[in-house]
Design a protein around this ligand. Structure first.
Ligand code: PXG
Length: 305
């Protein structure tokens, strides 16, 4: 367990008032200046991507679905035999304290738990002191016009991790699978890319879940398609059900995407964003559709209401 939280201010000479206003980062129970927020180069999070993380948002100072994000973080950690050295309640308090000390209301929050520093070998038993890091910073949203005009995406040739290799439900520090697909998207001029699973079915995008609309109903790949069970995905499923829109979690193919009436993505950073073109094919009318717009409005009301 960590000692009571202390706020440390950089003592570096010459920083003057800037140090006092510097962003504070939580590391292992301490809030330190961004410049002083450092971990070992022997940390297995760096050496092997051995660790887990979460990305959260706060709206008007309130963290959206904090308990669900913490539950997913603890599940991810359990799946990789990593014990988080603090309680969930202490983590929740630390998240709120980190927001408050930085005076942030609308923020993006990154939680990171690494395996800790060890020897230059894979053996996790030869590590000590898992590092718990909380970064709260201003949010970098996708350009506003994309929410009105919609995104164009492409299918990446990089297949989503086989669930028996590294299950996509684990939000691990090894995101190379997604990054390789993201690079493919960027090279095609798209900020997101669609990933298929090892069976060739639609899985998800590199950092967002995918939904289709067909004949007035929603469809999204099921958990066992090898996807991260997005918190935003779950919120949108609930909003759709409240709006009496039928939702089916079912295996989907690229064909289903191409012939959908509407398509949108969900994620903590993106919220709900329309997709209007996939692999150069216009989806539906080629403009954000009415069900997508309705769910965007309902999502805004949920998080900001
Ligand atoms: N799929 C994947 C692979 C993700 O990483 C989502 C779906 C959406 O899940 P949530 O719970 O956010 O609705 C994610 C999460 C970032 C960033 O910094 C965002 C994610 C992951 C990593 C980094 O923008 N999205």
């Amino acid at each position: 367990m960590f000692p009571a939280m202390v706020v440390q201010t950089s003592k570096s000479p010459g920083q003057g008032d800037a140090a006092a206003t510097s962003l504070k980062i939580f590391i292992n129970g301490r809030l330190v200046d961004k410049e002083d927020a450092k971990i070992s180069v022997y940390d297995h999070g760096l050496l092997y991507g051995d660790g887990v993380f979460e990305g959260l948002r706060s709206y008007a100072g309130r963290v959206f679905r904090l308990e669900q994000h913490l539950a997913r973080l603890w599940d991810s950690a359990k799946a990789i035999w990593l014990e988080i050295p603090m309680t969930r309640q202490a983590m929740a308090d630390a998240v709120n304290d980190t927001l408050k000390v930085n005076g942030l209301e609308d923020a993006y929050i990154r939680l990171v738990v690494t395996r800790g520093a060890g020897s230059l070998g894979l053996d996790p038993n030869r590590t000590s002191d898992p590092q718990v890091i909380i970064i709260a910073d201003r949010i970098q949203l996708y350009p506003r016009e994309l929410y009105e005009k919609g995104l164009e995406i492409v299918t990446a040739s990089t297949v989503r991790n086989h669930p028996a290799a590294l299950n996509a439900r684990v939000k691990s520090l090894n995101y190379l699978n997604n990054i390789l697909a993201k690079i493919e998207g960027l090279q095609a001029g798209c900020i997101e890319a669609l990933m298929l699973n090892h069976k060739g079915e639609v899985a998800e995008c590199t950092g967002d879940n995918i939904f289709l609309v067909r004949a007035g109903a929603l469809a999204t790949p099921p958990t066992d398609a090898g996807i991260l069970e997005g918190i935003t995905r779950q919120a949108v499923i609930e909003l759709a059900q409240q709006a009496k829109i039928h939702v089916r979690e079912m295996p989907l193919t690229r064909h289903d995407v191409y012939v959908a009436d509407e398509c949108f993505l969900t994620g903590t950073a993106a919220e709900v964003i329309p997709v209007v073109k996939v692999d150069s094919r216009p989806i539906g009318s080629g403009e954000p559709g009415p069900i997508t717009r309705k769910l965007i409005d309902r999502f805004h009301a949920l998080v900001r209401g």
